[in-house]
Design a protein around this ligand. Structure first.
Ligand SMILES: Nc1nc2c(ncn2[C@@H]2O[C@H](COP(=O)(O)OP(=O)(O)OP(=O)(O)O)[C@@H](O)[C@H]2O)c(=O)[nH]1
Length: 192
């Protein structure tokens, strides 16, 4: 029982509407791709993920799409160990939203080293001319700026989907003061 709770990790998936957050999560959890678009309200999925020989019990929270005016829901900051921030490589606007969402998380958590993975989704669409609006090096640059990991994916073709969550666990674990705790930083009380 204690061993299980030690390895519980909560990951929130955030980003603009329709960038492919649910498709990424559904492909990861259920191994299939949904072509239709159903706007998400919020869903939580659980899955065991092995990382470096350790099995983590991950809760993955698929959120409703954000825009610049959305207020960060405290449920998506308190008790969250790591973030997956998704943009579509076919949407410059969704890429610009990543920094806005990241800054909201930083403001909410009161610290600027947040375990996160920035994901450029829908790479299978880049083959049609002019459809790619965000170059890979822009994603990499943003990841450097935010001290995050970065990867491009296609939920449709199941490219790099598992890697997203492995990278997220890596970002969480490298900041973890001790593998003996399951309390995320944002969930702790700070007595001033
Ligand atoms: N070609 C392609 N289409 C994708 C991919 N991922 C998602 N889509 C499509 O993009 C649309 C939106 O995908 P969703 O996964 O619902 O997007 P979302 O970010 O969860 O949307 P919200 O719930 O509104 O925030 C759907 O029609 C998906 O089929 C992908 O990797 N490739």
């Amino acid at each position: 029982m204690a061993a299980n709770t030690l390895r519980k990790r909560k990951i929130a998936v955030l980003g603009s509407r329709s960038v492919g957050k649910s498709s990424l999560v559904v492909q990861f959890i259920e191994n299939h791709f949904v072509d239709a678009y159903y706007p998400t309200i919020e869903s939580t999925f659980s899955k065991g993920v092995a990382y470096r020989g350790v099995e983590y019990d991950c809760d993955i929270i698929d959120t409703a799409g954000q825009d610049e005016y959305s207020i960060l829901n405290s449920k998506h900051a308190i008790g969250i160990h790591g973030y997956v921030l998704v943009y579509s490589v076919t949407s410059r606007r969704s890429f610009d939203m990543i920094k806005i969402v990241y800054d909201k998380i930083v403001d909410f958590c009161g610290k600027n080293d947040i375990p996160c993975v920035i994901v450029g989704a829908k790479t299978d669409l880049q083959s049609s001319p002019d459809s790619r609006q965000v170059a890979p090096n822009e994603g990499e640059e943003l990841a450097k700026l935010t001290n995050a990991a970065w990867v491009e994916t296609s939920a449709k073709n199941n490219v790099n989907v598992g890697k997203v969550f492995e990278l997220c666990l890596a970002e969480i674990e490298k900041r973890s003061p001790s593998s003996k705790t399951d309390q995320p930083e944002a969930g702790r009380c700070l007595i001033m």
